[in-house]
Design a protein around this ligand. Structure first.
Ligand code: ZN
Ligand code: ZN
Length: 306
C-alpha cells in the first residue's frame, strides 16, 4: 500500500513550536524578538560593559549549545508531542465552560441580556476584565507552584535553568502545561460566560493582528528579556507593571530573592501579597535553584520533576 507523505498543514501541526516564530500570539514571535534585541542593544550601549563582546555573546553558538538551553529545547519538543498525542483530546474549548457558566447564572439570577451597550464598549470592558482576571489567575497559580511542595517539584523544572533565553518560557514540566491550560480555559470560559449572560450581542476582545492589545503591549515592552541576562527595569513604573529585570530576580539563585515577583504584568498582586521586589539597587549574579548545587541538565533528570 503506498504511503502518503504528510501535507504542509500536518507537518506544521507536528512541528508547531518552530512556527511559534511566525505567530504574533506567541511571545517568541520574530517581531517581538527583534524588538527585544533592539532594546538589549540600547541597554548594552548605555552600560560601561564592552558592547561588541556582549552582543557577540548573545549569538555565541556555545551559549546555544549549553546543556541548560538544550534542555529547554528538549522540553519544548517532548511537551508538544505529549500535548498533541495524549492531552489535546481531553481539553474542551472554553466555549463549553462559558455555556456552563451562563447556565448557572440563568438558574441563579434568571435570564440576563439586560445590558445593551455598544459593541465597542462591551469589547473594551471584556478585554480589560479578561486581562485582569487572567493576570491574577497566573499570579495565584504561580504562588501555589512555589508554596505547595508537590507543585514546586514540577515548577522547579522552570527554575533549574542556569542560562535564561527567550525559549526558557517554554521550559516547563508537562504537569504545569496541563494545569496552565486548565487555568486559561477556566478563566476565559467563566469571564466569557458572565459577559454572554450580561450583554446582548457579540462579545469579542479588542485585538490587533489577532492579538489582545495587552499582550501586544507586553511583548513590545521587551517581554522576551524576562528570560535573558539583559537587565531591563522600568524604574518607578515597576510599582504597577512588572519589568523583565523583576522576573530575572524571580529566577535568581540567591536565597534572598526566592519567592519574589510572582506576577506577569500587574505588579499589584505581588505588592498585596508582600512578594514585590524592585529592580533598582538589586543585582542578580546567577540564575538557578541554588548558588552552590549543580542540577543535572538532562531530560531524564527532569521528567518526573525535581
Ligand atoms: Zn516561579
Ligand atoms: Zn520564568
Amino acid at each position: 500500500m503506498p504511503l502518503n507523505l504528510p501535507d504542509f498543514e500536518t507537518l506544521k501541526h507536528y512541528l508547531e513550536p518552530v512556527f511559534y516564530l511566525t505567530d504574533p500570539e506567541r511571545r517568541v514571535f520574530v517581531g517581538y524578538l527583534l524588538v527585544s534585541l533592539v532594546l538589549a542593544i540600547v541597554i548594552l550601549s548605555r552600560q560601561s560593559a564592552p558592547f561588541l563582546p556582549t552582543v557577540k555573546q548573545i549569538f555565541n553558538p556555545r551559549l546555544w549549545r549549553h546543556p541548560s538551553v538544550l534542555l529547554d529545547i528538549k522540553l519544548i519538543s517532548v511537551n508538544h508531542l505529549f500535548w498533541i498525542f495524549m492531552l489535546a483530546p481531553f481539553f474542551g474549548s472554553q466555549i463549553a465552560t462559558a455555556i456552563a457558566t451562563k447556565r448557572v447564572l440563568v438558574d441563579l439570577f434568571g435570564r440576563g441580556d439586560f445590558l445593551t451597550w455598544s459593541t465597542l464598549h462591551v469589547s473594551l470592558l471584556y478585554t480589560a476584565v479578561l486581562f485582569v482576571a487572567d493576570d491574577f489567575a497566573r499570579f495565584f497559580t504561580h504562588l501555589c507552584y512555589h508554596k505547595i511542595p508537590l507543585l514546586w517539584r514540577f515548577h522547579a523544572v522552570h527554575h533549574s535553568a542556569t542560562i535564561l533565553t527567550p525559549l526558557t518560557l517554554y521550559r516547563v514540566h508537562i504537569v504545569e502545561v496541563i494545569l496552565n491550560a486548565m487555568r486559561s480555559i477556566f478563566v476565559a470560559g467563566v469571564i466569557g460566560g458572565i459577559f454572554i449572560w450580561l450583554f446582548t450581542g457579540k462579545i469579542a476582545p479588542l485585538e490587533i493582528l489577532g492579538v489582545s492589545i495587552f499582550s501586544l503591549m507586553f511583548n513590545l515592552a521587551g517581554a522576551n528579556l524576562r528570560h535573558s541576562p539583559i537587565w531591563l527595569g522600568y524604574g518607578k513604573v515597576e510599582k504597577w507593571v512588572l519589568s523583565p529585570a523583576q522576573h530575572q530576580i524571580h529566577h535568581s539563585a540567591n536565597p534572598a530573592h526566592f519567592d519574589k515577583n510572582f506576577g506577569v504584568m500587574i505588579a499589584l498582586w505581588d505588592r498585596i501579597f508582600g512578594t514585590w521586589v524592585a529592580s533598582e539597587q538589586t543585582q542578580v549574579n546567577a540564575f538557578g535553584l541554588s548558588e552552590n548545587a549543580e542540577v543535572k541538565q538532562t531530560l531524564r533528570h527532569h521528567l518526573t520533576g525535581l
